[in-house]
Design a protein around this ligand. Structure first.
Ligand SMILES: Nc1ncnc2c1ncn2[C@@H]1O[C@H](COP(=O)(O)OP(=O)(O)OP(=O)(O)O)[C@@H](O)[C@H]1O
Ligand SMILES: [Mg+2]
Length: 481
């Protein structure tokens, strides 16, 4: 059991960090220094090799640097880390030495001789690093994906070492709490790309070593949590943690706010199955997930009786694709201006051009308004095409997953802020997923009424930070069940 935890949502584009400082405190997002929107940092690393010594930058500073001329810029390393490399044709799936070191038998032998797990992890990583020196003939044919994955693990190590400093600095700003934040364990929200336990994915094995080397103490029982599940838990609990302190048991009813899930887990013969359909429109990917539960009409205890059946699909389409289409549709002068502006300003453009529809007016450029009335004819078709592509994915996904007789729809991710996209997705999910008791989604500041009904309005911290907030929940501490 961990009474206090950090949860990191390792986003492809933005990383978000939440904290639960004690079991009855609500989970909160941490304000990382330099973040415009106080809780997220771009998942970007740059290495500047122009000087005598390479200079490595992270987060916001790295995000605003342009690659080229001696500067390498790394984005997307989360995706590379979680790609499952296919074995190269004709080559053994793993070099025999790796297979030995990674085997359950080896782990059991190490335990028998009291070799601590971190030394086993260090040995595996050392052998990986020395591959070129000790590889047997034929073993050098490591697949490109495997090389990319190993590089991604290295980048993840550097990024998480830097992130740890930011997070501990942010905790210091919380004032005199008397808490030893450096001892708090971490749980990380990761994609659920293969059936079974997320922690068993090859990417997680490498990631575990990166986190360990970066100094993060991992949560002993549940270091990884599936992103869709933590996202749904964050949204459905509103990041609250409620505990019966005398019995050390979580008060699920209070946490789920007496919503539909609460009715089902209490045991209701008329409502035996529950499904939350989660659509997370991110920067690089759109993640579709179904969290399904069958109680057979009996009272259900999470942990003791199991948990959700999670089915997920990641589609390689996100707001970055929309950005590319929009830039290509605008005039050359506007495109060049947008391409060179700092990321902070580009985010204002996204919000103004896709969500508020009023555009930005950069001073001293002579370009007038970008993304406003005059550009709607160029931008609106891009938004519609992006939405319609995602609608097709939602329909295909819903056709393959079981509905429940109590259902909620949850729309998160920066892209769910775009009203035209969000509305199209709600309509598609309702047409192909049945009736939803509640729809949780963000609503834009200046949005006019008239779209599909949204009865669970999500504020930005939930729309973007739901996975981090949910991962920090006591819901994931089985000893409180
Ligand atoms: N109101 C808005 N209107 C339009 N775009 C927005 C808005 N708010 C955020 N975005 C953009 O949505 C994108 C997705 O943000 P999000 O934080 O969901 O990414 P992520 O979680 O890192 O991505 P992924 O889920 O692919 O790993 C970003 O490009 C962000 O700038
Ligand atoms: Mg995301």
């Amino acid at each position: 059991m961990a009474e206090r935890v950090f949860c990191v949502d390792f986003g492809t584009a933005y990383t978000k960090v939440a904290l639960r400082r004690d079991p009855t405190a609500d989970s909160t997002l941490l304000a990382c220094a330099g973040a415009d929107l106080d809780f997220w940092v771009p998942t970007v690393v740059t290495v500047d090799r122009c000087g005598a010594e390479p200079v490595v930058e992270f987060g916001h500073i790295a995000a605003d640097r342009t690659a080229g001329g001696g500067i390498d810029r790394y984005t997307n390393f989360k995706r590379d880390l979680f790609t499952n490399p296919a074995p190269t044709a004709g080559a053994p799936s793993a070099p025999p030495l790796d297979a030995l070191l990674g085997s359950d038998e080896f782990a059991a032998l190490a335990a028998k001789y009291h070799v601590p797990p971190y030394q086993v992890a260090a040995l595996r990583s050392m052998v990986g690093a020395a591959r070129t020196l000790i590889a047997a003939p034929g073993e050098r044919a490591v697949s490109l994906d495997a090389t990319k994955q190993a590089n991604a693990a290295k980048l993840a190590y550097h990024f998480f070492a830097w992130l740890r400093k930011q997070v501990l600095a942010a905790c210091e700003k919380l004032g005199k709490t008397g808490l030893r934040f450096e001892d708090f364990p971490v749980r990380v929200a990761v994609p659920s790309l293969v059936p079974g336990d997320v922690a068993d994915q090859p990417g997680c094995k490498l990631f575990r070593e990166s986190l360990h080397r970066a100094g993060w103490p991992l949560h002993t029982e549940r270091p990884f949590v599936a992103e869709p599940e933590s996202n749904a838990v964050g949204v459905l609990t509103g990041a609250t943690n409620a505990l019966n302190v005398d019995r050390d048991k979580m008060l699920l009813g209070q946490m789920f706010g007496r919503g539909p899930l609460n009715t089902v887990v209490k045991g209701d013969k008329n409502h035996q199955t529950y499904r939350a359909l989660v659509i997370d429109v991110g920067a690089f990917t759109t993640d579709l997930s179904s969290l399904w539960l069958d109680t057979g009409g009996n009272a259900f205890l999470f942990g003791t009786d199991g948990g959700f059946t999670v089915q997920q699909k990641s589609v390689a389409r996100g707001v970055n694709n929309l950005d590319a289409d929009v830039l290509a549709a605008l005039s050359q002068a506007k495109r060049e201006h947008l391409e060179t502006m700092p990321r902070k300003d580009f985010i204002n453009f996204q919000r103004a051009a896709y969500t508020d529809l009023n555009g930005i007016r950069p001073t001293g450029t002579g370009l007038g308004v970008i993304g406003g009335e005059g550009d709607r004819a160029a931008i609106d078709p891009c938004i519609a095409a992006f939405g319609s592509r995602l609608v097709d994915e939602v329909k295909a996904f819903c056709a393959e997953v079981k509905p429940g007789n109590m259902q909620e729809l949850i729309l998160t991710g920066g892209g769910a802020n775009i009203p035209a996209v969000r509305n199209a997705l709600i309509v598609a999910a309702q047409a192909h997923g049945g009736e939803f008791i509640r729809v949780h989604a963000p609503v834009a500041r200046r949005e006019k009424a008239g779209g599909p009904q949204i009865d669970g309005e999500l504020k930005e911290n939930f729309a973007r930070g739901g996975s981090a907030l949910g991962g920090a929940s006591i819901y994931f501490e089985t000893s409180y069940h």
